[in-house]
Design a binder for this molecule. Structure first.
Ligand code: SF4
Ligand code: SF4
Length: 266
């Protein structure tokens, strides 16, 4: 029935609906497999504000002009000997440049006012890290010792593995030899990832090998393996979905069509 009380063509609405469904089903999918596939962002996208450290003279203009006061800069002075000069000159050396992105409103004023083009927008937009290895990498690169990094990541992240990392750091802090604490971690979390992590920490302690690149490599490997597992699961799920469609959805749709046509004709 139409709004003015006339009978429309029986089943017309249903056929129109199915036509829309069919058109959508046959259209090329534009779904991006993020985070496995990175999106192609335009080069001028506004993501993280990055610092070109060698250009920064610690003039503090950006921190002074920031309307949110969310730029934190620490520096110290160094003497530079200039050949032929009567006295050594002093220059500022940057120790810390942080932006609190929880406060930043992306106005871009800091970038505009920097007289040395030290600040610029990057298309990088992923601020959050959830993977344990990535978090450990960040903590180590920030200057924490390996065991302190285990403790901090374990304290901030939930889950069984995080609890074990926290316990390992606590045991080491209470005086248990590091080797024993790490052995216990492997026993309690017998996975390839944890074994590789402990091996990397031991290499750092014995030979002084930098831990940051090793953690970065481990995190990349873990991501590749995770993506591979997901692809395999998706490939296994496809035939099951087709079976469900063939056995349930197609008969159900046919029943609906038949019911609608019968109701319209009666
Ligand atoms: S973009 Fe604006 S709010 Fe953010 S740090 Fe720069 S000046 Fe401050
Ligand atoms: S305005 Fe530029 S040069 Fe000055 S402190 Fe900020 S980033 Fe460094």
């Amino acid at each position: 029935m139409t709004d003015d009380g006339e009978r429309g063509t029986p089943g017309k609405g249903l056929v129109q609906g199915l036509a829309v469904t069919l058109k959508t089903m046959t259209r090329r999918s534009t779904t991006r497999q993020y985070p496995d596939v990175e999106p192609d962002l335009p080069p001028r996208s506004r993501g993280v504000i990055a610092l070109l450290e060698e250009n920064c003279t610690v003039c503090m203009l950006c921190a002074r002009e920031c309307p949110d006061w969310c730029i934190y800069i620490d520096s110290h002075k160094e003497e530079v000997l200039v050949p032929g000069a009567a006295r050594a000159r002093q220059r500022n050396v940057l120790d810390r440049f942080d932006i609190d992105f929880a406060l930043c409103m992306y106005c871009g004023i800091c970038i505009e006012v920097c007289p040395f083009d030290a600040l610029h927008w990057t298309p990088e937009f992923e601020y959050a890290e959830t993977d344990v290895l990535d978090l450990l990498h960040i903590a180590v690169e920030a200057g924490l010792t390996p065991l302190r990094a285990l403790g901090e990541v374990g304290r901030r992240r939930g889950g069984v593995l995080a609890g074990e990392l926290r316990a390992t750091a606590t045991m080491a802090a209470l005086g248990v030899p590091r080797g024993q604490a790490l052995d216990r971690l492997i026993r309690r979390c017998p996975s390839d990832g944890v074994t590789a992590l402990v091996a990397a920490i031991r290499r750092t302690e014995r030979h002084g090998a930098p831990l940051g690149p090793a953690l970065s490599g481990l995190a990349a490997d873990a991501r590749t393996q995770r993506a591979q597992r997901l692809r395999e699961r998706a490939a296994r799920a496809a035939p099951k979905i087709q079976l469900v469609v063939a056995l349930l959805l197609v008969p159900a749709t046919m029943l609906l069509v038949a019911a609608a046509l019968t109701a319209a004709l009666l």
